[in-house]
Design a protein around this ligand. Sequence first.
Ligand SMILES: *[C@@H]1O[C@H](CO)[C@@H](O)[C@H](O)[C@H]1NC(C)=O
Ligand SMILES: *[C@@H]1O[C@H](CO)[C@@H](O)[C@H](O)[C@H]1NC(C)=O
Ligand SMILES: *[C@@H]1O[C@H](CO)[C@@H](O)[C@H](O)[C@H]1NC(C)=O
Ligand SMILES: *[C@@H]1O[C@H](CO)[C@@H](O)[C@H](O)[C@H]1NC(C)=O
Ligand SMILES: *[C@@H]1O[C@H](CO)[C@@H](O)[C@H](O)[C@H]1NC(C)=O
Ligand SMILES: *[C@@H]1O[C@H](CO)[C@@H](O)[C@H](O)[C@H]1NC(C)=O
Ligand SMILES: *[C@@H]1O[C@H](CO)[C@@H](O)[C@H](O)[C@H]1NC(C)=O
Ligand SMILES: *[C@@H]1O[C@H](CO)[C@@H](O)[C@H](O)[C@H]1NC(C)=O
Length: 478
Amino acid sequence: MYQTKVFPLLSVILLPISLTYHQVYAQYQALKPQTDTFNSSATITPAQQRSAGINATLANNLAVSLNFERSNFAHGPGSSDSFYHVPLGSAAAAPGTLLKLQVDANTTAYTLPPNTALSRFIFQSESINGSKVPVSAYILWPYLPRTETDGLPVVAWAHGTSGLFGNCAPSNYRNLLYQFATIFELALQGYVVVAPDYLGLGVSKDAQGKPLTHPYFGTPSHANDLFYSVQAARTAFPSLSKRFVVMGHSQGGGAAWAAAVRQAQKPVKGYLGAVVGSPVTDFIGLVKTTGSATVAAFIARTLTTLYPSVVKLSDILTPAGIGRLALTAEIQGCLSTATELFADQNLTQPNWTDNHYVQVYNNLTDPGGKPIAGPVLVLQGDSDASVPFPVVTDSVHETCTKHPDSRLHYATFAGAAHVPTMFASQRLWLDFIAARFAGTTVGKGCRTSNYTSARPYRYYQKEQSWFVEYAVDAYETA
Ligand SMILES: *[C@@H]1O[C@H](CO)[C@@H](O)[C@H](O)[C@H]1NC(C)=O
Ligand SMILES: *[C@@H]1O[C@H](CO)[C@@H](O)[C@H](O)[C@H]1NC(C)=O
Ligand SMILES: *[C@@H]1O[C@H](CO)[C@@H](O)[C@H](O)[C@H]1NC(C)=O
Ligand SMILES: *[C@@H]1O[C@H](CO)[C@@H](O)[C@H](O)[C@H]1NC(C)=O
Ligand SMILES: *[C@@H]1O[C@H](CO)[C@@H](O)[C@H](O)[C@H]1NC(C)=O
Ligand SMILES: *[C@@H]1O[C@H](CO)[C@@H](O)[C@H](O)[C@H]1NC(C)=O
Ligand SMILES: *[C@@H]1O[C@H](CO)[C@@H](O)[C@H](O)[C@H]1NC(C)=O
Ligand SMILES: *[C@@H]1O[C@H](CO)[C@@H](O)[C@H](O)[C@H]1NC(C)=O
């Protein structure tokens, strides 16, 4: 265990310079080189390799990515953390009810910015079909929150794709996923970040022990998770403002947009508007451009659970794709492993998006073209390889054509890729959020701003070339 190891190191990092050399040398011990496998040494067995029909090269790549992924879990793989176990007798609780609260999570296992703190809780939410479901969430606390007249301002954060299984929950990741792209910035800017893991991630069984499946791209379900997690967070912490802004990216951009749609149908007091980053709207349009087999595999698992009598995995995936999905489930792999396993050709049926239920689900989950409660700020890079620019532009266009009164600002960023769009647009979304809490009004109607970089774009850093990793020795934080 690492407390014996990390504590001397933390004192090296944190104690003031007045610490004598004598004390530092007294704690000297042999260093290990920085590694990404320090907490996981999983292998892919020959039997797994055979049953998934993958060769030794891919099996090796899968093991490397799996060990990276597992090293980033704050509470280990599987559902080993009893926090995610739902209290018995909570099945009938109304949506929005706080079911479990860890007021102060121990941040030792996380890689948070210094001087932020974490809470975790489980709340009752509602699935796409209206059933009551328990879902987990975290709260990332600033050191110096902004103060509004009615309490601490809240941003409800909707994360992008993290995976399908319990251990893929952002609250189980050391860096909570997204780290400095959004949530760390929000907390450092004084907002209290309330972030649902979404149905099926984190909490993976209900109070009766029945498995809960994550509805991939299930935006109405994620929107429920956003509103009900904010409600439950306020029960847990009455110091929170009743007002909140919704924000999300990618899968969560779709969720934040769906929250604006839900707000137009079923208003919730305190909603101030939504920031929609690189959103998944029409996933069929998305896969027609990207050909993503990860999306196909995740949708296949979702639809065979939602519509078990009419959708088969083979409607969407080839036998090779089905084998890889089965292996993903066996190892409870998340996005890092999916990135390796589903990068191949011939994993999906060529015509899978023609399937009736795929289309029903796309219609159900696509927030584009529906009435929204604004203001909504949509951020999109024109060089996004995961969520194609034309698909998002179409969704904006459809919304603004059908509902010209929509308070929607479409901001595009020339050159910017998928997650990097959140870095390019940071000033804009921070200003937008501050303006909502300040009560600035926005007139009816849609507008577009096309932004370009200050310097020629070819000189800009295009993608993230770093990762946030757990440090076990002081030299790694230099
Ligand atoms: C192993 O499988 C991968 C992925 O299918 C493929 O790209 C690669 O060419 C294969 N390597 C060998 C040596 O067969
Ligand atoms: C590795 O993960 C386990 C949980 O599975 C945890 O108890 C342990 O502290 C972790 N070790 C390090 C070095 O993070
Ligand atoms: C957090 O956990 C670590 C490791 O188990 C322990 O040493 C430390 O005392 C805990 N911190 C608090 C505030 O309880
Ligand atoms: C509704 O969704 C829940 C959670 O996903 C599931 O357990 C339940 O079986 C579904 N009910 C129906 C009638 O489809
Ligand atoms: C994919 O299938 C096509 C048609 O069956 C075949 O020509 C091609 O070689 C396959 N590609 C891979 C990587 O297996
Ligand atoms: C997809 O193609 C297969 C094989 O050609 C066919 O059997 C199936 O009916 C098609 N599915 C749809 C939804 O068009
Ligand atoms: C999905 O929506 C489109 C556009 O409204 C409609 O034409 C189509 O019939 C719908 N498909 C299904 C399967 O409901
Ligand atoms: C922004 O760019 C899009 C094409 O990418 C174009 O259709 C639109 O007219 C532009 N809008 C403004 C306000 O420049």
